[in-house]
Design a protein around this ligand. Sequence first.
Ligand code: ACO
Length: 324
Amino acid sequence: TRYTRIAGTGSHLPPLRLSNQDLVDRLAADGIETSDDWIVERTGIRFRHFAADGVNASDLAVHAARHAMEAAGCTPADIDLIVVATSTPDMVFPSTACIVQRKLGVPGGAAFDVQAVCSGFVYGLTVADALIRTGTARRALVIGAEVFSRILDFKDRTTCVLFGDGAGAVVLEASDTPGLLASTLDADGRQVEILCTPGTVAGGQVLGQPLLRMDGQAVFKLAVGVLEDAARKVLAQAGRTPEDIDWLIPHQANIRIMQMTARKMRLPVEKLVATVDRHGNTSAASVPLALDEAVRSGQVRRGDTVLLEGVGGGFTWGAVLLDF
Ligand code: ACO
């Protein structure tokens, strides 16, 4: 049997770092009121990074990918599949993955984007796993990269304080022993409206609202339920129990959703990897960013059992259980 394993991880945050107070000041200039206390208490977020003008998702992705390849001990020539999870691509087309392929100098193989908003990395990892298992590819870069600062409405305090930019990447490769153990993906298209950026480009113009809209409470309620379901599904598939989980790395949107998810699984909070305080919600980048930080800080070690979980616009959600 052919399995897949994560050979290396990497991430990148653009250098511009904004505190809650920086945002409070920026919004005050437009007469919009918020506070560090409100943001910390409701979300757990203290800082987020924003990409400079002209820096695109592919630029963040390339940095993260280079770190992941270095950790995996491989070069661009070893990569034969690139999957980029993003909702903030450089262009309408071609895919950000093709742009990343060129910038990295990867000589060939498939390259495409996956669009599942904040579930994008879990979706992308599952797709890459399937392509490697069936023999279509041998070694993949799976990247989550976002510049959500570009689609934020800084006149809407209920959303603009929540998001940040960044990228995370893994090298996923064929293996004789299992790394990825189980995965589940789901979507509920009836919930399109609760979290969307509904504008589009047509006739050379932007049609409709090109900025992010969210019904936070609706998202919150759905997220907690589906994250528990997804966790139970992958554990059942792999014949494991919650006690087997060493680290829970959920999508980093809101510390309250994350803690509630851990509690429902009866996992001690020490097993929860949280970077939302320093990164904000980086959508498809949040899970691989958190994974890479946990690996580099020595939390996640080789052999640990890790549960990755995504949830976001669509509505989409999913989970991957793996032995690192
Ligand atoms: N600063 C100050 N006050 C604010 C702000 C702000 N930035 N934003 C909203 N408020 C006010 C509201 O206007 C409201 O005031 P009112 O009571 O006078 O009407 C009050 O705070 C409470 O607002 P709620 O929306 O009820 O606040 P809630 O506790 O639900 O928190 C939040 C809002 C943080 C958005 C929460 O609902 C949430 O986290 N939802 C999930 C969001 C999420 O996880 N999204 C991402 C998942 S999917 C993805 O990542 C794409």
